[in-house]
Write a protein that binds this ligand. Structure first.
Ligand code: AMP
Length: 113
């Protein structure tokens, strides 16, 4: 069964898409935790980083590069932003299709808690 994010990528479910390329689609999180909260999702439905293999090395790099491009487009590159990949249920992963959260536009504490 396709994941929710596959349905967004195929345009079966609407989303506010802010960036896309050959590798990824990026759209605004429906429940934003910061003024800028975008999810960068690879077109390939990889579950998470733990499930990635050496064949996914370029894909993982493309997700990071796309996240940096999203941050530039969203105007948070200079002020700073956070990239988060929740890996597994215990870490808060709720959609099992790898995605990188791009969070910015407010102060972000460390450690995240
Ligand atoms: P995670 O908890 O790391 O798996 O992140 C999943 C994220 O997907 C959450 O931040 C949700 O708010 C977000 N989300 C769930 N459904 C949608 C949707 N239809 N469109 C955009 N974001 C969504």
């Amino acid at each position: 069964m396709p994941t929710l994010f596959e349905k967004i990528i195929s345009r079966d479910i609407p989303a506010d898409i802010v960036y896309e390329d050959e590798w990824v689609v990026a759209f605004r999180d429906i429940n934003p935790q910061a003024p800028v909260h975008v999810l960068v999702v690879p077109r390939k439905p990889l579950v998470n980083v733990a499930e990635a293999g050496p064949e996914d090395a370029e894909l993982l790099g493309r997700v990071m590069l796309a996240a940096a491009e999203v941050a530039r487009r969203e105007g948070v590159a200079a002020s700073g932003y956070r990239l988060v990949l929740n890996n597994g249920e215990g870490a808060g992963q709720s959609v099992f299709h790898l995605h990188c959260h791009v969070l910015g536009g407010r102060g972000l504490r460390w450690p995240p808690g």
